[in-house]
Design a protein. Structure first.
Length: 246
């Protein structure tokens, strides 16, 4: 359970309006996570950083009962994998996205995100990350949550494999959720195959939760009640510790 958050902001030149926007964003994230923003540090680095440049760092402290830690060790064959949607890139894959969209395709940041879009590419790329903590806390109170996978660097395959006990495989059906269009644009413009996309991006699933099959319906209902369009995306079976895509 998240308790409190501290931040560090470094800038080339102090701009009160700019700092206010940054702190407001951090505070909103804390509100969504249910934790307190209790302090932080600010530094001005003229010469090392240009005016308008900033470096924003933060960390959270939480608490959990040792005997209730969710590590994945209790995942069993037949368990169901539930995906929680992510509307954008979150915090991973920006190097590849920038290379494809800005360098190769030469798309303007202030232009449409894609054909028919009513928002800019910059807005699309800066879509805020979803904070899942309150929903997961609500879920573990009523369901046997056996694994929680935060889909960041390494994509679905690279993160899901970390919670599979020895002798188990996960099978994921990419057709079970709606992939945000930005990923299709990156795939098309960069001529990137599915395997590479799955290693770099979340592809629309920001978190995966493993629960017993008998609890799947209830788990999805709880997650949806808490504001997430959760869907069943796969299952666990005997195997050799690999992630397969149907």
């Amino acid at each position: 359970e998240p308790l409190f958050f501290l931040d560090y902001i470094a800038v080339g030149k102090l701009d009160p309006d700019h700092i206010e926007q940054l702190v407001e964003g951090v505070a909103e994230g804390c509100r969504q996570a249910g934790c307190a923003l209790i302090g932080g540090e600010m530094a001005e680095h003229p010469g090392a950083m240009e005016p308008g440049e900033f470096d924003l760092v933060g960390f959270a402290v939480g608490v959990a009962e040792r005997d209730q830690l969710i590590t994945g060790e209790h995942v069993r064959p037949g368990d169901v994998l539930i995906g929680l949607p992510s509307p954008g890139l979150r915090s991973n894959g920006y190097s590849l996205a920038r290379r494809v969209l800005l360098d190769r395709a030469e798309l303007p940041l202030d232009g449409p995100a894609f054909e028919g879009a009513h928002h800019t590419l910059a807005t699309e790329l800066l879509t805020p990350s979803v904070i899942y903590a309150p929903a997961v806390l609500a879920l573990e109170r009523v369901v046997d949550v056996r694994a929680v996978v935060h889909v960041t660097g390494g994509g679905l395959a690279g993160n899901l494999v970390r919670v599979l006990p020895k002798g188990l495989d996960a099978t994921v059906d990419p057709r079970s959720w709606e992939e945000p269009r930005i990923f299709g644009e990156i795939r098309r413009l960069g001529e990137i195959d599915d395997d590479e996309m799955r290693k770099v991006f979340n592809l629309g699933v920001g978190m995966v939760i493993a629960v017993p099959a008998d609890d799947a319906f209830r788990a999805i209902d709880v997650l949806r009640t808490n504001g997430h369009r959760a869907v069943e995306i796969g299952t666990v079976a005997k195997g050799s510790g690999e992630v397969h895509f149907a």
